[in-house]
Design a protein around this ligand. Structure first.
Ligand SMILES: Nc1ncnc2c1ncn2[C@@H]1O[C@H](COP(=O)(O)OP(=O)(O)OP(=O)(O)O)[C@@H](O)[C@H]1O
Length: 613
């Protein structure tokens, strides 16, 4: 077998952090297996004594019976140890797998939103399920068996040389081609093992995306294309799995025929040695019985090496995610947000700059904006002007790349994410709900520790008020009212219904700051006005930043800020801006007079020119 691959060893050693609690039992189980194997190797030595002693000399029955009883005892002991291994190892492995999975999930929740662009949903699913399952199987079976088989082969080899040096050397000559083939196998297999895992992740992503976008696929009649794509990916994965299987069977074949061939040569040589009195019959029996005991460990080495390389690929994929740095980590010395002033919370964006990647074009280029306590400020701008990006900086879904966002005078980077998110609630245009009851979805907007202190009646009151304000009374007509479980991502609700439940979630915790990304876009104007009026009434002291695309939304704000090419070019009341700000008028009304040329790069430019003509 090839010497251990240091990079594989290093990667797998990093697993000790998770495996530590299971180590005592794994080591005990491994030791039991090792002793069982050594017992198996000792039987040929007993046979040697019987053959060279009673069988070939005085034929003492007592000695033969004694030897048989000894072999029986060793056999029983070996069986007990094999059972002990299973009993010791089965449970701790599942605990390790669970801890790794939980840590991975916890880490995912801590990662910046941007890192989710790096791994698709299917890849993360595969990493947290299939990969960790492979790692666990290797840890409790592959690793133990690899250590035991390698030790058995080593001890067996030494015993063979001691029993008959010449035959031992002949037999062990087979190790030379085996090591060479093992090197080649490892080089090839580690590449295909990784490829197979990546392809399995891509395949899972296809399933996830197709299920997610099933309505689009059906509506556009693209089901066959999706199927074709899926079959192609499935074929690629199958090809890689076959490649793995072929490599493994070549290795297993070599591990079967090479030792058997050298054993056949050793047998011929051994018979000649015995016939010429250069070796005892007992030694010959012991030699070949040892070779028989070693057959299985030798043959299993190919499979165990493959398992190790599969586990290495799984470990690498797990550690890649775990090594991703949570860019939005909590500060070392967090500052507490001051208690909410009675008038409400002041939010300030001070010379805020933001680029999605280092060196890329800045989406925000020095934004200065102040939201006075309790004020509702609408953010208006052309599509792609950076409105959503700006909103996401307030609850720190992204960090500014320049300047600062301050909540009641405290930089949001100096506050723990837990505190900040307790103070700032968000509702997006595309609302994501979870496959839980309406009640649980709404209560998700209230910090967990606060929910724990509420009585059952208070919780109901919180949910009812939030749903009332969001004009989401339709939930009471669902089959089980607020207990109705809304399907995955809330797809069993209409777009407008989902938006209202998501809004109820955002306001349930009575946040100090509410950040709304056009959250009522799917509502008719009348319902939107009702919802906004309800919001104003209930959240009188809540400072609100809302992205608006419609005049109806904007009219309900105290002031409006116009975002233009990454900068705020105007702040004021809707009517004033409409009268004085050409770009604002253009964005909101698509009315473009001769004096108000559409801004360069505006996607509506061709249409505006057409209208003018
Ligand atoms: N994750 C991302 N990575 C790289 N660029 C991004 C990312 N998200 C948004 N952008 C870019 O940032 C710019 C601003 O996007 P943003 O979503 O903030 O615009 P918006 O004003 O909210 O648009 P809309 O009104 O259409 O929602 C766009 O050019 C967009 O392509």
């Amino acid at each position: 077998m090839p010497p251990p691959d240091t990079s594989t060893t290093r990667a797998l050693l990093r697993l000790v952090r998770w495996a530590r609690p299971a180590l005592p039992r794994v080591v005990a189980g491994g030791s039991a297996t090792l002793v069982a194997s050594l017992i198996a190797l000792s039987v040929p030595q007993v046979l040697r004594g019987v053959v060279n002693g009673p069988l070939l000399t005085d034929g003492s029955r007592v000695a033969v019976v004694q030897a048989a009883l000894l072999v029986l005892l060793l056999g029983v002991l070996e069986a007990v140890l094999v059972w002990a291994r299973r009993a010791l190892i089965a449970t701790p492995g599942t605990g390790v797998e669970r801890t790794m999975r939980t840590d991975l999930f916890r880490h995912l929740l801590d990662l910046p939103v941007a890192s989710h662009d790096r791994w698709s949903g299917g890849q993360l699913l595969q990493r947290s399920m299939g990969d960790l399952h492979t790692v666990r199987r290797w840890m409790v079976f592959g690793l133990v068996q690899l250590v035991v088989s390698s030790t058995t082969v080593l001890v067996g080899g030494v015993l063979m040389i001691v029993t008959s040096p010449l035959l031992g050397v002949v037999y062990l000559l087979g190790a030379v081609p085996v090591i060479w083939l093992g090197f080649r196998f490892r080089q090839h297999y580690k590449v295909v093992a990784r490829r197979a895992r990546d392809q399995a992740g891509d395949l899972a992503t296809s399933v996830e995306e197709s299920v997610h976008g099933i309505r689009v696929l059906k509506a556009f009649g693209r089901g066959d294309d999706a199927l074709e794509d899926f079959v192609r990916q499935a074929d690629e994965l199958r090809g890689t799995e076959l490649d793995k299987a072929r490599a493994q069977s070549r290795m297993s074949f070599a591990l079967a025929w090479i030792p058997e061939t050298t054993l056949a040569v050793a047998l011929g040589l051994g018979v000649w040695l015995a016939a010429t009195d250069r070796a005892s019959v007992g030694a010959l029996v012991a030699f070949f019985a040892t070779a028989a005991v070693m057959t299985r460990p030798v043959e299993s080495l190919g499979m165990l090496l493959a398992m190790t390389l599969d586990a290495r690929a799984g470990t690498d994929r797990f550690l890649e995610v775990m090594d991703a740095v949570p860019a939005l980590a909590d500060p070392e010395r967090p500052v507490a947000l001051p208690l909410a002033p009675s008038a409400g919370t002041r939010v300030e964006l001070r010379d805020v700059r933001f680029a999605h990647r280092p060196g890329s074009r800045e989406v925000l280029r020095g934004v200065d904006l102040v939201l006075e306590p309790g004020e509702t400020l609408a953010l208006v701008g052309l599509t792609g002007s950076g409105k959503t990006t700006l909103l996401q900086l307030v609850p720190r879904l992204y960090d500014v790349t320049g300047g600062a966002v301050l909540v009641d005078g405290v930089d949001v980077r100096d506050v723990t994410r837990h505190d900040l998110r307790g103070a700032v609630a968000v509702a997006f245009e595309d609302p994501i709900l979870f496959s839980a009851s309406v009640r649980d979805n709404v209560l998700m907007g209230v910090p967990a520790e606060q929910v724990a202190t509420l009585s059952e009646a208070d919780r109901e009151e919180v949910v009812r008020t939030a749903l009332d304000v969001a004009r989401a009374g339709f939930v009471h007509r669902l089959p089980r009212g607020v207990d109705t479980v809304i399907g995955e991502e809330g797809l069993s609700l209409s777009g407008g219904q989902r938006q209202r439940v998501a809004l109820a979630r955002a306001i349930a915790g009575r946040p100090r700051v509410l950040v709304l990304d056009d959250p009522l876009s799917a509502l008719d104007v009348a319902t939107e006005a009702e919802v906004t009026a309800g919001l104003r009434r209930v959240l009188a002291t809540t400072t609100t930043l809302v992205v608006a695309h419609r005049t109806s939304t904007v009219a309900l704000a105290d002031r409006v800020a116009v975002l233009e090419d990454g900068r705020v070019t105007g702040v004021g009341r809707h009517a004033d801006l409409l009268a004085t700000h050409a770009h604002y008028r253009y964005v909101l009304t698509a009315e473009c007079g001769d004096d108000d040329p559409p801004p360069p790069g505006d996607p509506r430019l061709p249409l505006a020119e057409e209208v003018r003509r």
